[in-house]
Design a protein around this ligand. Structure first.
Ligand SMILES: [Zn+2]
Length: 246
């Protein structure tokens, strides 16, 4: 295994699922029980803001009880110990990566524990509090403009310029626990490849985008991610290398 200078890690719902969080897209996931057009679009929010606020209040309550798992821990360890740059780009809106200790982290789809004031554009940490139409923005003191700071369908994900810069400079790209069906994230592997990066999928099962990767490792994130991180760290620190996995 080579030593890398710039590692970009894309993570998705498969990682949080092993911490007990409901995923959105599985066949028994959240979008099987709720109509995303009602609760996860700007139009749905305009039609019925209370319903949308309550939907995310419910999700936020679930987050209060979850803990990062071995895969989150391994990625935080990689960032802390790897002699190169490690950036985690997550599609997850839960706080599990930062709870595990990841610092160089982009929440491209926003964060469930933050609110965005539509009146002044400021973002605020709200931890586990509920948002209502009476919630007052601490920056501009307006009430009724605080929405969940999550990226809805039809909205532009956060920090795309920074993400594409990192993809264009990376030499290793890992895609972990993500279905490979949601754009723009599903296109990141090709960006990384065209920059010359080695690309690896770590997922429970082969994703729809598997043919775009050089290498794929299938299994539970809590097992395959710590093992892969261990190999990266061992190789980088000049210890025994076990060669490439098929
Ligand atoms: Zn405000």
């Amino acid at each position: 295994m080579t030593r890398y200078n710039h590692i970009v890690v894309l993570t998705g719902a498969g990682l949080s699922a092993e911490s007990g969080l409901h995923t959105f897209r599985d066949k028994d996931g959240i979008w099987a029980r709720y109509d995303y057009r009602e609760v996860a679009t700007p139009e749905g929010y305009h039609r019925n803001p209370v319903q949308v606020l309550n939907f995310y209040n419910e999700r936020r309550k679930q987050n209060a009880h979850v803990k990062p798992n071995a895969a989150h821990d391994a990625l935080a360890r990689l960032e802390a110990e790897y002699p190169g740059q490690v950036l985690v780009v997550t599609q997850n809106i839960d706080p599990l990566h930062e709870m595990a200790g990841s610092k160089n982290l982009i929440h491209m789809h926003g964060e469930i524990q933050k609110a965005l004031c539509v009146a002044c554009g400021r973002r605020h940490a709200i931890a586990h509090s509920d948002l209502t139409l009476e919630t007052v923005c601490p920056a501009c003191n307006e009430a009724g403009y605080m929405r969940p700071d999550v990226v809805w369908f039809g909205e532009m994900p956060y920090d795309m310029e920074r993400i594409y810069d990192a993809l264009g400079a990376c030499d290793l790209f890992l895609s972990i626990g993500t279905s490979g069906t949601v754009y723009p994230a599903a296109g990141f592997v090709l960006e990384a490849r065209s920059a010359g990066a080695h690309t690896v999928e770590l997922n429970l099962e082969p994703s729809e985008g598997i043919s775009d990767f050089h290498e794929a490792i299938h299994g539970r994130a809590t097992e395959v991610v710590p093992a892969y991180v261990e190999r990266l760290l061992s190789a980088a620190h000049g210890q025994v290398s076990f060669g490439r996995w098929a």
